[in-house]
Ligand binder design. Structure first.
Ligand code: NAD
Length: 354
């Protein structure tokens, strides 16, 4: 294994390489931080070119989960697992059983769930080996199941707060450009429409775009031109890295607030947004509804508790905006700094013993 390329300013606690020749499992589990609780973060299954790129992805994602969970005020640390899918044919069930045994060996220091390339069925297989897993089949009346409505609600209340801060009013009459009408984007459009916002939307699946346009009176923009749309707010709900050196200067919106992960291609693109006077609501602060739902499923919280915590997204964003103002930082850097401060506090176990 080549040297691991983690952030030297904030290194991971432990990195566990997984190898099980019988099932073909090759992967890595990164426990970035367990100071605030067990390291939680989904399991990504992908075909990586080599071990180094697999480990790089896991390290980057685990650090992101530590920040996200800390900022969501959850009793969870941050971690991530990545499986390098075998080339050719393999037995998926055996693979995820082996992965489940690896999770179990960590005795609750890591909690897994779905991510890109893994499914509810995979997590049910993992559950046969360990109880440290969420993202299982939905149970009526309990947290769990599709997290998207919670994510949409968290983005919506955060947008309300950011609009008040930036424009001094509410969403009524403002124009919001929503990129992507998948699980989160569609639910967000409904909430925005109810709040009196005007919508312009982009979605490659034409039938879906037409349905939303019809229901909520939205204008339809081409996927390539939504960034140029005349609007007050841009809500990225499709892909990551949509704001880069090329797209930032095109943006007409004065506020960016959406569900997509890793909206900024690089931190410098966040600096460029701030220099142009565009307020960026950091992605992992506003899109934590999904992980709140996962945490509730794992810890046995009620749906009422989930809703209260998701609605708290607006207050948590306000903390970041205040911190950014006080420290003179762009919001994305303020969020990272605030998360690192929280992660540097005494561990909850130690704090309880003190
Ligand atoms: P999804 O796959 O259901 O929806 C994404 C939508 O974007 C699809 O309808 C797709 O057709 C569309 N799309 C793809 N390329 C596009 C383009 N160039 N322009 C416009 N639309 C495009 O995903 P989702 O669950 O709605 O999640 C949306 C984003 O939010 C993702 O980045 C995801 O990682 C992030 N996120 C989701 C959750 C959740 O609870 N689902 C939680 C946190 C973060």
């Amino acid at each position: 294994m080549q040297e691991l390329d983690f952030n030297p300013a904030f290194p991971p606690e432990t990195v566990h390489l997984l190898s099980d020749p019988e099932s073909g499992l090759e992967g890595v589990i990164v426990l970035h931080s367990t100071r605030l609780g067990p390291a939680a973060g989904g399991c990504r299954a992908w075909r990586y070119a080599d071990q180094a790129s697999m480990a790089h992805d896991a390290l980057r994602l685990a650090e992101g989960m530590a920040y996200k969970n800390a900022m969501a005020d959850l009793p969870l640390g941050g971690g991530k697992s990545v499986i390098n899918l075998p080339r050719g044919e393999f037995d998926r069930r055996k693979l995820f059983e082996a992965f489940g045994r690896a999770v179990e060996r960590l005795r609750g220091d890591y909690v897994t769930a779905e991510d890109v390339g893994t499914s509810v069925e995979d997590m049910e297989t993992v559950r046969l080996q360990t109880r440290h897993v969420a993202g299982l089949s939905a149970v009526e009346g309990k947290p769990g199941g599709d997290p998207s409505p919670w994510t949409a609600l968290g983005v919506f209340v955060s947008m309300q707060r950011a609009v008040r801060y930036k424009f001094g009013g509410d969403l009524a009459g403002l124009k919001v450009a929503v990129q992507g009408l998948g699980h989160v984007g569609s639910a967000l459009c409904e909430l925005l429409h109810e709040a009196g916002a005007r919508l312009v939307v982009a979605e490659p699946r034409e039938g879906v775009a037409a349905e939303v346009a019809c229901k909520y009176g939205a204008e339809i923009a081409h996927s390539n031109s939504i960034l140029d749309a005349q609007c007050d707010v841009f809500a990225p709900c499709a892909l990551g890295a949509v704001l880069d050196r090329e797209s930032v200067p095109r943006l007409k919106a004065r506020l960016v607030c959406g569900a997509a992960n890793n909206v900024l291609a690089s931190p410098e693109d966040g600096d460029a947004l701030a220099e142009r006077g565009v307020l960026y609501a950091p992605d992992y602060v506003v899109n934590a509804g999904g992980i709140i739902n996962v945490c509730a499923e794992y810890l046995g919280w009620t749906t009422v508790e989930v809703e209260a915590r998701v609605r708290g997204s607006g207050d948590r964003l306000a903390d970041v905006l205040r911190y950014a103002d006080d420290a003179g930082l762009p919001t994305h850097r303020a969020a990272d700094a605030l998360a690192r401060e929280r992660l540097a506090q005494p561990a909850r176990k130690e704090a309880a013993a003190a």
